[in-house]
Write a new protein. Sequence first.
Length: 759
Amino acid sequence: MKQEQTHKSLKNIDSHGHVRGESIYVDDIAVQQGTLYGAVYDAPVAHGHLKHINVRKAKALPGVVAVFTAADVPGENQIGGIIPDEPLFADKEVHFWGQPIAFVVAQTEDIAREAAQLIEAEITPLPVITDPREAKEKGELIAPPRTFVLGDTATAWQACPHVYSGQASTNGQEHLYIETQGAYACPAENGNIKIHSSTQGPTAVQKTAARVLGLPMHAIEVDVTRLGGGFGGKEDQATPWAVMVALAVYHLKRPVKYILHRMDDMRMTGKRNPYTSDFKIGLDANLKIIAYEATFYQNAGAAADLSPAVLERTLFHCTNSYYVPNVTATAYSCRTNLPPNTAFRGFGGPQGMFVIEAAIAKAAQALGVPAADIQQKNLLQAGDSFPYGQKAENPEAVSSWSAATRKYALDHIAQQTNAFNAVNAHYKKGYALMPICFGISFTKTLMNQARALVHIYHDGSVGVSTGAVEMGQGVNTKMLQVAAQVFSIANERIKLETTNTTRVANTSPSAASATADLNGKALEIACRKLLERLKVVAAEELAIANVTDVTINNGWVHAKGQKTELDWNTLVLQAFLKRVSLSEVGHYATPRIHFDQSKEKGHPFAYHVYGTAITEVTVDCIRGTYEFDAVKIVHDFGASMNTIVDKGQIEGGLVQGIGWMTLEELEYNKQGKLLSNALSTYKVPDIYSVPKDIQVEFLAAEGSNLAIFKSKAVGEPPLMYGIGAYFAILNAVRAFNPQVTPAFDAPFTPEKVLTALYE
Ligand code: LUZ
Ligand code: MOS
């Protein structure tokens, strides 16, 4: 028990290196002699015909080694992952402001950047679209629309005494990983290339580099030590920079490095997809939601990137944690002239969930009831069907709601809020509940597989490789725990290797909250195979007739539960001397899951994660500013395998979600130019804007067998607690101005709050 406790509170194994500044990121890799530096020249307009690129002045600058454009691509000038609609370098047309056109390589970074500014492109302007509804009107769709149907909304409306409709919008979100995008590639022998990339998807980088260079995948090795944050922004969009440095290595046979500056990164990369949506909600006299219709217009940007998959998850999560018997939800992926938008923590789910919360808030206001009454009455119960056909198994929607309202005394919060508002004219408090439900698995079934490679060295130390990318989320810490627990040896015996495509191939990106589950399960399989092998050796060594009597506990072989004289190191050495293999791979493919896109039905998720947050806010009704007094959460961790790491994910996700809902305002002008292009014009949460009190309670729930050690995925779900921030502010605004017609247009910036207060 004691052992297990210390295990579950193991500190992130990177914490020591991080606080001492010793952890290695791409820009910290010791450079090889002869290293050159890259810089991108990107489109200064959002749409147009690319007539001519003049690189003469750039090439003439002393120190410039080469300038590469689409003409220098030996393979395919194509980096689109889902749909081949995105060139590495613009060719003939530019589609967004910031689209890479050329890649300058020079002796120093400064020279490369200076040379990039000397490039001139002749571009004949074309009309620019930034609005997804306009794009849809003009037939600019990335892919055919998708519709999820449950029951029959058309007839259900007749049974609804209360029907409300409206619009809801959410803006995009800059990922703002602390480590900007970047890559460093080196030539290896025989034309092979090694790429260090700050990517969530090493295989995506490998595959795309091979495609662009016209090489087989085995010619490209991608290595990732860790990322200074990804949040989805490096699932697909770490690839172009890695491919550019690889292209330069291909031609120059010299190491080439390119690390984006913050403003380059903000300008050239896509963000969370903004959405604008229409909703219609029908309730019966008992506040049961009978029917829900939603139409989502996703702003995909100029190319597909991951947007079709994001769109799908919007539909999967369009009813959040509620059971709605009649649903029709349609989603359009709209092509605009913004940088291609992409994965961002939640992956379309938050965008879908905001809309039904807006619909509920609208109904609640019209009916004169608290939104919480509607929310609570419609929480998923066991056996309820999601619109995509999967049935809710062990939904913790009701349990987490009940636990939150009980533990945090919702009645008391309500009383305090009313009492405060009764005596304060210029400050108003509001609170909101936010239940969440998030499906765990890549929505694309085939991506739900992973592999691990374990070496036990003959001194008893262990090296672990998996396809998981450490990006601050603590996955390496969890992988270490898996190996330590299966072998029952000390943590210190185990080392996590870098994520490398030559050791673990064909990886799915570290994404979809599924990394610890998929790679942890693969690792568990590999470790168990080795353990069984070692037990056979132990039985031979100790002359134990029955191998099943052998166990290893805390580094010692036990026979029928009795400690023996044989320790781990000796056992491992004996196995080696007996020429028993001390290396093993594990392969895991999530069982049960499937999805039929022709019917839009199936069982896409291994399991769901639930939870409930109560958000309390105080609005300054003179200024429109606000402060979050508290966010109190009951979260369904299952049987958390690391409470420190998991709690950190909840706190970080929550604050990131609050930022999206309140402060972070992406602004493109009509010409498609990003105006919020630096940290001076784009505000992210800081120490002053986080809630003064964040409480996280672990729901007493068993977890799922499809979660690693029953410890449920925790990466993305907490972001959606942040949605409660919008509705808490709205409730405070309503305490001041009961007549307000909510715009449901997030983020609810102080400017918009002020407007709403005095509407
Ligand atoms: N990436 C992806 C994701 O490719 N498929 C997904 O379902 C997903 N979900 C969340 C985050 N990233
Ligand atoms: Mo390298 S770019 O140090 O393999």
